[in-house]
Design a protein around this ligand. Structure first.
Ligand SMILES: Nc1ncnc2c1ncn2[C@@H]1O[C@H](COP(=O)(O)OP(=O)(O)OP(=O)(O)O)[C@@H](O)[C@H]1O
Ligand SMILES: [Mg+2]
Length: 252
């Protein structure tokens, strides 16, 4: 069992024009076994929330708490957060020229698991997961995300998820830019991860189509830096129908 508690989280950035508050008091609890979909207008702060939890240095937390099983995540380094069981699949995955996918995955798995995986077992594990995600073998020797298409990058995020098996996974628009077949494959990857253990998922998305493959237990509307409404799956359909008009401009 794992629980991620986000309590009154406030965070922002410092720009040339000064301080900019982006998160304005986010409250959310995700328990293992639960999938929470976060939906909201562009620029409302969804990616900032994921970065603040993962520990991106650009985003300064000004108040509030993020607890993983009662431990303060905000006091941990980025590495420690990953080792504690947090995973972020980024909206725009970064390219790392000169580092092969296979080296990157092994290094990450070694860090998260606390010991280097046995070579033969590891090769099989990676190969199996790549096959499931229909990722051609040659990608293992390509530099991390370099020159990958949008959809290829997203599949590789799920490959990491499958291999690292975090307690809590934050998936930031993992469905964006996927063709229908890739959407199904990626969704199956997320569902397999959910089924493989007691995992909690925060799924940031703009589209209900992924929610036909991955069933959310909760849907939250994110507007102007915080969650302004929560409900079940039906809320996603309502948002698709009516948009965010009723939520925008209503927050302080
Ligand atoms: N490093 C930064 N410098 C200046 N402004 C920033 C920075 N990062 C985020 N912002 C601003 O904060 C707001 C929230 O951005 P964020 O990326 O979190 O939105 P989002 O909800 O993920 O949007 P989208 O749905 O388009 O992905 C935006 O107005 C954005 O321009
Ligand atoms: Mg975003």
């Amino acid at each position: 069992m794992a629980t991620l508690e986000i309590k009154d989280l406030r965070a922002g950035v410092t720009t040339d024009e000064g301080r900019k508050e982006i998160l304005k008091g986010v409250n959310l609890t995700i328990r293992s076994g639960e999938t929470h979909a976060i939906m909201g207008p562009n620029g409302s702060g969804k990616s900032t929330l994921s970065y603040a939890i993962a520990g991106h240095p650009k985003y300064e937390v000004t108040s509030g708490e993020v607890l993983l099983d009662g431990e303060s995540v905000l006091d941990m380094t980025v590495d420690e957060r990953a080792r504690a069981g947090l995973f972020l699949a980024m909206q725009y995955p970064v390219e790392v020229p000169g580092v092969s996918m296979s080296n990157f995955l092994r290094t990450a798995a070694t860090a998260v698991r606390g010991e280097a995986p046995k070579v033969r077992q590891w090769v099989k594990e990676v190969k199996d997961e790549m096959t499931k995600l229909e990722i051609p073998a040659e990608f293992a020797e390509r530099s991390v995300n370099e020159g990958f298409s949008g959809g290829e990058k997203k599949r590789h995020e799920i490959l990491q998820l499958a291999l690292l098996k975090p307690k809590i996974a934050i998936l930031d628009e993992t469905d964006s830019g996927l063709d229908v077949d890739a959407l199904r494959i990626v969704s199956e990857g997320v569902n397999a991860y959910k089924d493989s253990g007691d995992a909690g998922v925060m799924l940031i998305t703009h589209y209900t189509r992924i929610l036909r493959h991955i069933t959310p237990d909760f849907v939250h509307v994110f507007a102007d830096g915080r969650i302004v409404e929560s409900g079940g799956k039906a809320l996603a359909d309502e948002l698709e129908e009516n948009g965010y008009v009723k939520y925008v401009g209503t927050t302080v």
